[in-house]
Design a protein around this ligand. Sequence first.
Ligand code: ADP
Ligand code: ADP
Ligand code: MG
Length: 485
Amino acid sequence: MFKKVLVANRGEIAVRIMRACKELGIPTAAVYSDADKKAFFALYADEAFYLGPAPSKDSYLNIEKILRVARESGADAIHPGYGFLAENAGFARACEGAGFTFIGPRSETLDEMGSKVRAREIMAKAGVPVVPGTGAISDPVEAADSAREIGYPVMIKASAGGGGIGMRVVEDRRELLNAIEQAQSTAMSAFGDPAVFIEKYIQHPRHIEFQVLGDSHGQLIHLGERECSIQRRHQKVIEESPSPAMTPQLRERMAAAALKAARSVGYVNAGTVEFIYSNGEFYFLEMNTRLQVEHGLTELLTGVDLVQAQIRVAAGLPLGLRQEDIHHSGWALECRVCAEDPLANFTPTPGTIRGYRSPGGIGIRVDSGVHMGYPIPPYYDSLISKLLVYGRDRKEVLERTRRALFEYVILGVVTNLPFLKAVVEHEEFQTGDYSTHFIEDHPELIESVKRIKNERSLGGIFAALSNTRSIAAISGAVSAYLKME
Ligand code: ADP
Ligand code: ADP
Ligand code: MG
C-alpha cells in the first residue's frame, strides 16, 4: 500500500479522497493556492503544501509545481480528483515519469477517451452504439453534407470538451458554417484544441451513465447506473439512482455496453460510461476517465467505497469484488449545492460563509469542503457541497430531500438551495418522467424560488438569530420571523 497520497485537487473532492485515505491508514498531503489557505481540505490533510497564486494555471493546473511539492512531501501516489488535471494524460505520464503512481486509469486510456472523436471511433469499432455523427470537421462543405445526412437539428461539440462547455445546437444549414467557426474558436480557447465534430441532436433524451471498476489483473465490473438528466447548460444539477426510466432488461443491455466500452480500452480503475437515452434506444456519449462528481450515489446503493477501490487498484491489488458481489438496494438522490443566485441567472456568488449547519438524521450524507468563516473564492467552480439522500424507495427519498433542504443552513452567501427545492417539489420531477430539457422547459421554477425563499426554513430562523444580540431580541426576532408566513 502507498506510504502517502498527495491530493492534487481542492474543495469537497479533496476532503472525500482524504477521508478514504484516513480509513485506509494512509497519510495525506494537500496542495493549496493563495485562495485556499484556510480551506477545510488543507486543514484536514496531515500536511499541506503551498502551490502558488489563486488562478488555477498558477496552482492546481501547474504540473511542475505539483510534482515538486509531491517530492518534498514524500508521497508515492497522487490522486487527481475530478476536473483540473484528472483527465490530463500529460500529467499522468509526468507523475509516472517522476516515480509517483497516478491514481487513475493508464495514461493511454486518458489519451484515447480524452478525445471524443477518437473515443467515438473506438466505441463504434467495438460495437458500442454511438450517436450518429462525424469525425473531426476539416472541410465545411463536407460537414454540411454530413449534417444533411444525419438530419437537423445537429449538435456541434468540441472533441476535447468537458463541463458542458462549447456545445451548440444547429437547426439548419444556414447556421451551420458560422456555428462551426464559433465552436472551433471556443474549443481552442477553452481546451487548447480547435477540433469539433457533429452529432445528431437527440430530442428530449435522458442522460444515463454507468459506473465501472477495473483492476490490473483483468477484473472488470459495473456498479449500475446513475440518472443525470436534471441539467442546466449541459451541467448536472440533481442526479439520482436508480434511473426512473430503468427496467431490468434495459439495465442488462446498457451494462453490457458499458462493460464492452471499458473492455475495448483495457480500462483499469474507476470510470464512467455516459449514455444518452431516448425511446428505448441508447448511445455512447463519452467516457469520463476519473472519479465522477456524483459517485456517492453508487456508494450509497452498493456500499462500495469507490475511492478506496481506486487506491487499491492503483496500488496493483486485485479488486476483490466480482460482479455477483455487487447488490443494489434502495434509492439515492444528489443535489449539487452551489454558491450561485437562481434569481440572477445563476451567477456565482462568492463570499464568506457566516453561518453553516448541514442537515443530518437518517439517510443523509453531506460531502462538503466548507465551514463557518470560509471565504468561497471566485476563482474555481461554485460547488459548496453535495447533499446525498438515501431511502428505501424514491418517494421516501423525495420527502427526505425536502426535509434536508429545509434543514440546510448556509448564511452569508446566496445559494441555489431554494432552486433545488423547487425542482424536487415539482410535479413532473416527482413522476420521474423527465428529460435533459426539464429545467429549460420549466421557467416557472424561478417563480417557485421566490416563494420558497419566503417559506419557513432553518436557514431563515438562523439568519434572524444571527442579526440579534440579546436573548430578548432573539425571541423577538424569532417570533417576528414566524409571523412572516
Ligand atoms: P461530472 O459532473 O459528471 O463528474 P463534468 O464533465 O461536469 O462531469 O465535470 C466534472 C467537474 O470538472 C466539474 O466540476 C466541471 O466543472 C469540471 N470540468 C470538467 N471538464 C472541465 C474543463 N475542461 N474545464 C474546466 N472544468 C472542467
Ligand atoms: P461533457 O464532456 O461536457 O460532459 P457530454 O458529451 O457528456 O459533454 O454532454 C453533456 C450533456 O450535453 C449531456 O448530458 C446532454 O444533456 C447534452 N448532450 C450532449 N450530446 C448530445 C446530443 N447529441 N443530443 C442531445 N443532447 C446532448
Ligand atoms: Mg459528460
